[in-house]
Design a protein around this ligand. Structure first.
Ligand code: NAG
Length: 226
């Protein structure tokens, strides 16, 4: 009886483990099951984007806290097609600390949201950090007019998403829906790095100061010219 109970417990435990862990584990190991945005017009997603958030999906012990933090940098990305056939992509990432360039290839033109890294990255950011060359796939998970979500996956090595916007800000509603969608797909978010926030608040502060100055000036003008 006791043994049966133990076996049942073990089975239940294993099943529970398997069902809750499987989606992430398989994505992490093979980059499988990552949905792509359909009907992407690759030319419409080229040009400049700002990095709003970097979402880590890896479930390493030290990351598994759902931590969120802001970094005082606002990276921009410039995406360009570099051949006439529209299959070679260059992604140029630039921020205060330096820059980095990635090259990708669209293997299947009927699936333009699936990019394969081609060759190694270069740029000044490589020297600054312990940079690990990215070799893997990029999935365009969402691409609409003002924002885009890219998931970088390198089997057993890297799994993270980058939320991009055409402006330096993105509506909180849109961010929430991106996060909800990832949770629905059982892609855990173990770390959220928020970028481009301080510049937005600086812009807001500048706007406030301009307004305040304008009002003070108006009050002075009216008092002098009444
Ligand atoms: C990377 O190397 C290519 C070819 O040498 C060069 O044209 C490009 O400017 C480099 N990019 C960066 C970010 O240093």
């Amino acid at each position: 009886m006791y043994r049966l109970f133990l076996v049942l417990c073990l089975c239940y435990g294993l099943l529970g483990f398997a069902s809750s862990e499987e989606p992430t584990t398989s994505v992490y190991e093979h980059c499988g099951n990552l949905q792509l945005q359909e009907n992407i017009q690759i030319k419409l997603i080229t040009g400049t984007w700002y990095v709003i958030e970097v979402l880590q999906h890896k479930t390493d012990d030290k990351l598994f806290h759902g931590e969120k933090f802001e970094v005082p940098t606002c990276p921009s990305i410039f995406l360009a097609l570099t051949d006439s056939d529209n299959t070679d992509l260059k992604l140029y990432w630039s921020e205060d600390l330096g820059d980095i360039e990635y090259l990708f290839k669209i293997k299947d033109k009927s699936s333009p949201g699936f990019w394969l890294s081609s060759g190694s990255q270069n740029g000044t950011l490589l020297q600054l950090t312990n940079y690990n060359q990215f070799a893997g796939m990029v999935y365009v998970r969402k691409a609409i007019s003002n924002h885009m979500v890219l998931t970088f996956c390198s089997p057993n090595t890297q799994l993270y998403s980058v939320v991009l916007s055409r402006d330096k800000t993105l509506d909180a509603k849109e961010l929430k829906s991106i996060v909800n969608h990832m949770q629905l797909q059982k892609l855990p978010i173990t770390q959220t790095k928020r970028t481009c926030r301080s510049s937005a608040s600086t812009a807001r502060a500048t706007a406030w100061m301009t307004t305040a100055f304008g009002l003070t000036y108006l009050a002075w003008y009216l008092s002098v010219h009444k």
